[in-house]
Ligand binder design. Structure first.
Ligand SMILES: [Fe+2]
Length: 373
């Protein structure tokens, strides 16, 4: 399966991962064949991309990527965060205390990550634009826990990190939605208002010192470029830095109202460039080694000239996947695809193919198959 922008969907494609709303309501089940009507509806609901089975990839038996967090737990978490934040906004709450059920969800996420130490993070959530904050909170929580587990935090510390990560953006309930969802560039005044979400969160989370510190400092950067206080190295606790790293990665890899999602390899490159300046480099590395730069299903070209699809990524080598090659160096279709470990063969990926190139290759391959029948 692979993630395809809604604008590139065509009738006949099959949904590979169910499309759900903020309360776990299923809009499209796995296996549903897309029609023009469904594609239009996805756009109206604010989805920018979905996971589909590709006829071409289906023939190559590309394995399904597995989420590090179970679907049920993820849906539960999104739904509970949504309820909590909507109720707090409506009642103009002075304090937010995560309820027992949410604490249980964080414990479940900690357990699932600790039980799966060998899994590379290889699945990126999709979400409707108007549900962004809730999905973002849950993703940042999962990503932060992966870093926390990698650096050996205790179960208790992971739990506290998880709660803080889940609550890191609660201050946004006090920032006008039209600013948060503004499609264009923010004015200086608007940006000042957005920056305040950190201070609002500190206030709202006053009953939980760790969560308040994480939420208040997740936009601070080691070189003093962050906000709200421009703190420097030594003043920003590791847990807040971890959430800052997770926050940047999830924001970059999400489709936003003002830009398309960056690919994971692009987001990882940006994070690596920020390592040492914005964040402790060891924390950035702890994250990067756990994330597949080229998720399963990504079509890539190797420096050998071969073209194929990523089928897995070994733990610890995020940019060195195993690629199922189906276009030879001379551009010819290989009837029998073969797997190449870029790590073992000392090869590297030169580029990721875009939708236009993929559809061009598909036509070529289908043509060559028909001519051999
Ligand atoms: Fe934030």
């Amino acid at each position: 399966m692979r993630r395809v922008p809604v604008t590139a969907l065509v009738p006949g494609m099959r949904i590979a991962r169910e499309v759900v709303g903020g309360h776990g309501e299923v809009y499209l089940q796995t296996g549903v064949i897309l029609t023009q009507g469904y594609i239009r509806k996805l756009g109206e609901l604010g989805f920018a991309s979905v996971y589909v089975h590709d006829a071409l990839l289906g023939d190559l038996h590309v394995p399904e990527a597995e989420d590090i967090i179970h679907d049920k737990t993820r849906h539960e978490a999104v739904s509970r965060v949504k309820t909590l934040l909507q109720e707090a906004a409506q009642s103009q709450a002075k304090a937010i205390d995560p309820p027992k059920e949410l604490a249980q969800t964080v414990s479940d996420m900690v357990n699932q990550i600790l039980n799966n130490p060998s899994q590379t993070l290889d699945m990126y959530d999709i979400r409707a634009q108007n549900e962004y904050l809730y999905h973002h909170s849950v993703n940042v929580c999962a990503l932060a826990l992966v870093i926390g587990a990698q650096i050996g935090l205790s179960r208790r510390e992971l739990y506290e990190l998880g709660v803080g990560a889940l609550m890191h953006d609660v201050g946004k309930i006090k920032v006008p939605a039209e600013i948060l969802d503004k499609p264009g560039k923010l004015s200086a005044v608007e940006f000042e208002l957005v920056k305040k979400h950190t201070l609002y969160a500190e206030e709202l989370l006053k009953n939980n010192a760790t969560a308040a510190a994480i939420a208040g400092m997740h936009h601070e950067r080691l070189n003093g470029e962050g906000y709200p206080r421009g703190l420097k190295e030594g003043e920003i606790p590791p847990l807040a830095q971890i959430v800052g790293i997770a926050d940047i990665f999830d924001s970059l890899t999400a489709d936003r109202c003002y830009r398309k999602a960056y690919r994971p390899d692009e987001a990882l490159e940006m994070l690596l460039a920020a390592g040492g300046f914005w964040f402790n480099f060891d924390l950035v590395r702890a994250f990067v080694v756990n994330v597949a730069a080229y998720p399963v299903g990504t079509m890539v070209e190797l420096n050998s000239g071969e073209i194929g699809v990523v089928v897995s990524t070994p733990k610890g080598f995020p940019t060195q996947p195993v690629v199922r090659v189906f276009v030879a160096v001379d551009g010819g279709w290989l009837g029998d695809a073969y797997d190449v470990s870029t790590l073992e063969k000392c090869l590297f990926i030169t580029r990721v193919l875009d939708e236009e190139e993929i559809s061009f290759i598909k036509k070529k391959i289908l043509g060559s198959r028909q001519s051999t029948v």
